[in-house]
Design a binder for this molecule. Structure first.
Ligand code: BTN
Length: 272
């Protein structure tokens, strides 16, 4: 889908969100589309055309929502949030994965504030409530040599999704704020909390980097710390107990023989 062929939409909740974000960094401009292929893909297109840092793309639904590892993010209309934010940090490309870590902290805190429920981070970037996935984060970077041109930070949140509507392969694994909280939630309020927390964490990160505060906050919110897990990294598997993030943002895993592994990407499952 080309931006020229996409139809901008409007809705009261997005208008309220725009008012709330006026004058702020993240969400100073918010475009809302009825249906896109992927807000991340579209965000990339806008970023290439010169959209500023803090520009946000929202969609009512996505035809090809992108998940991690080439998966599809289910994106039905009317119930959830599909958000992409354009960021332009002056950091080396190797530091960009820290943006996913700070986004995990921001989203977990935002969802807890909006819902009153306990939200945790499942490494590297899933947000869990009551042991099920309620939100996912996908950050995609465009670099030019030693410089980041932009990062598209994508966040999908299952807000008022009826669990009967969820596809069979996600049953029991995915959840929504409504399914866990037993009531509907305002998408404006949830999106407002997310953009606000992202801005707070991002600005702190630009000043302090991956600070001890951020690392402690991440470890406090981690759903996997102390648990025995298996981590799949491409065609390898590592098993052990999670100790948490180290000072470089890698996940530390210790196996039964005391051997330590530092992991920077992978897929975690609990060992039963
Ligand atoms: C994951 O696999 O957990 C990451 C899911 C990220 C989904 C969001 S929805 C908004 C943004 N646009 C996309 O195409 N993907 C992200």
């Amino acid at each position: 889908m080309n931006p020229e062929t996409l139809v901008l939409s409007n809705s009261d909740w997005v208008e309220e969100l725009r008012k709330a974000r006026k004058g702020k960094l993240i969400g100073k401009e918010i475009l809302f589309f009825d249906r896109v292929d992927s807000t991340n893909r579209l965000g990339r297109e806008y970023a290439f055309k010169g959209a500023e840092e803090g520009f946000v793309i929202l969609a009512e639904s996505q035809a090809q929502g992108k998940g991690r590892l080439g998966r599809v993010w289910e994106s039905p209309p009317g119930v959830n949030l599909y958000i992409s934010v354009i960021l332009k940090p002056s950091i080396p490309p190797a530091v960009a994965p820290k943006i996913t870590l700070l986004a995990g902290v921001a989203c977990a805190n935002a969802l807890a504030r909006a819902s009153g429920l306990e939200a945790r981070i499942k490494w590297p970037n899933d947000i869990f409530i009551h042991g099920k996935k309620v939100a996912g984060i996908l950050s995609e970077m465009e670099a030019e040599g030693p410089k980041i041109r932009f990062v598209i930070l994508g966040v999908g949140v299952n807000v008022n999704w009826e669990m009967e509507e969820v596809s069979p392969d996600l049953q029991g694994l995915a959840t929504s704020l409504m399914a866990e909280g037993g009531r509907k939630f305002s998408r404006e309020l949830v999106a407002g909390e997310i953009l606000g927390e992202l801005e707070r964490e991002y600005e702190l990160f630009l000043r302090e980097g991956f600070s001890p505060r951020l690392r402690e906050e991440w470890n406090k919110l981690s759903w996997v710390n102390q648990k025995w897990v298996t981590v799949k990294v491409m065609d390898k598997e590592f098993a052990g107990q999670v100790l948490g993030l180290d000072t470089d943002g890698a996940l530390l895993l210790i196996d039964g023989k005391g051997k330590m592994q530092r992991l920077i990407a992978g897929d975690v499952s609990l060992r039963l």
